[in-house]
Design a protein around this ligand. Structure first.
Ligand SMILES: [Zn+2]
Length: 440
């Protein structure tokens, strides 16, 4: 990476650097239209409005968004496949879906206008991450029904990049393409990027002299330790971005190069709320809570107040990059991922936080939850760095004790720590599952 390529100009300064008043005014106008569309065209929403005694005209200020009914995954399953569509099916030009662990997937449809808006969100997001039109962008997401592949593809192409639609899998082919086509941008899950990195190293690929300079990561959270590891080993800038199929796909928020722990929300296209997941009341300003999103420009499937189950904090403090849009802290916890161990709430990301501060601990680990004699038991299988992995039992044991102690003081729970050889955990092509809950 050469520093002279940064910072990039802001894609649309009139929107991304607008005053808070202007942002609010624009959002309110769009919200009223979305509410009207959902009410008029989607019987499910109309029934919900009637049930709670609300009419579209009751939405007079932005804060009135809280009067609207919420939508969650169960609603989208209940109305599967087209029950929430507002546009006639002959105006839908594409379908995407997100796979669930159980039952039917969630299906969303896009009109031509929706596809254009999505492309816009991606263009502005990737430019924020330092991508320029002359970049060559290699896709390591799968295409198919998942929104990640096509979403990023059309946005990057729209910006003018040379798009290389390699798709998922076949790591050696990815390496060959990076080398032969002079790829500068890689789109992948962070764990797959790390896998490409490792395979490359084994084959003797010299990342320091590679053309690759930017990673656009998504599909799973990128813990700070993993990000740092990828940046150092691949000699690139790693940025991550966020989105959900239910409200559009990737492009909801993305990282600028000045605020590496946050992501700017595309407030031209989404209203955000941060609420207490139990009560749905807004948390105090800057507090952690569940992110609720209302897309503002959807024609195919308008969605009001989508409950993401992702926990974050949002700030509207100005960012050094010059953008005025709100920034959300990168998602570290999901309300669904919370483990209850002997009555204590535990988040997998708490393990990441602890491990990221221990020299010699790698980014690869597995948390196993089981039950022994009626008591929940937490076990951490941790790959250690080659330098730490030694034949000296005493040295390994004191490292193990250190990890266990740090975890105990953070989690307030005892954890059985098992150190394992580097590269012994299976590497995943997609999302890495860090937790195995074996309790019945
Ligand atoms: Zn910024």
């Amino acid at each position: 990476m050469t520093s002279s390529t940064y910072p990039q100009p802001i894609f649309n300064p009139a929107v991304e650097c607008a005053s808070r008043e202007k942002i609010t005014e624009t959002q309110l106008g769009l919200l009223k239209e979305q509410v009207r569309l959902a009410y008029d065209k989607v019987p499910w929403y109309q029934a919900r409005f009637k049930q709670i005694g609300l009419e579209p005209g009751d939405i007079k200020t932005l804060a009135d968004v809280r009067l609207l009914p919420v939508t969650d995954k169960s609603v989208m399953r209940e109305t599967y496949p087209f029950g929430l569509f507002a546009a006639p099916l002959d105006q839908i030009v594409r379908l995407h879906s997100s796979s669930g662990t159980t039952g039917k997937p969630v299906v969303v449809g896009y009109t031509k206008a929706d596809i254009e808006e999505w492309r816009y969100c991606i263009m502005s997001m990737v430019q924020m991450a330092g991508v320029i039109p002359s970049d060559r962008a290699q896709m390591a997401f799968g295409y198919g029904m998942f929104t990640g592949g096509f979403g990023l593809h059309y946005g990057l192409e729209g910006l003018g990049c040379m798009m290389i639609p390699a798709g998922s899998g076949n790591t050696e082919r990815h390496l060959m393409m990076i080398e032969d086509y002079g790829t500068t941008v890689l789109i992948a899950t962070p764990s797959y990027a790390l896998h490409i990195c490792e395979v490359g190293e084994k084959l003797g690929y010299d990342w320091a002299s590679s053309t690759l300079r930017v990673g656009l990561f998504g599909g799973e959270p990128c813990p700070p330790k993993m990000k740092q590891e990828i940046e150092q080993r691949m000699h690139i800038i790693c940025t991550d971005n966020y989105g959900l199929t239910e409200v559009m796909g990737p492009g909801v928020s993305g990282e600028c190069l000045f605020s590496r722990d946050h992501q700017h929300i595309a407030e031209s296209h989404f209203i955000w709320e941060v609420v207490d997941p139990q009560t749905m009341e807004p948390v105090t300003e800057g507090g952690i809570g569940e992110l609720v999103l209302t897309p503002l420009k959807k024609q195919g499937v308008p969605i009001l107040r989508y409950r993401t189950r992702d926990l974050t904090r949002v700030t509207i403090d100005p960012c050094a990059c010059g953008r005025t849009t709100a920034r959300m802290e990168k998602i570290r916890h999901r309300s669904d991922d919370m483990l209850i161990i002997r009555g204590t709430n535990v988040f997998p990301s708490q393990f990441e936080d602890v491990l990221s501060h221990i020299e010699g601990a790698s980014a690869h680990y597995r948390i196993i939850v089981d039950n022994e004699g009626g008591m929940d038991r937490l076990t951490l299988m941790l790959e250690v760095e080659p330098a730490v992995f030694s034949d000296s039992f005493t040295q390994m044991d004191s490292f193990r004790a250190l990890v266990a102690e740090k975890l105990r003081s953070t989690l307030q729970l005892g954890v059985v720590v098992k150190l394992i050889e580097p590269h012994s955990l299976e590497r995943s092509m997609g999302k890495t599952r860090h937790v195995e809950d074996l309790r019945s």
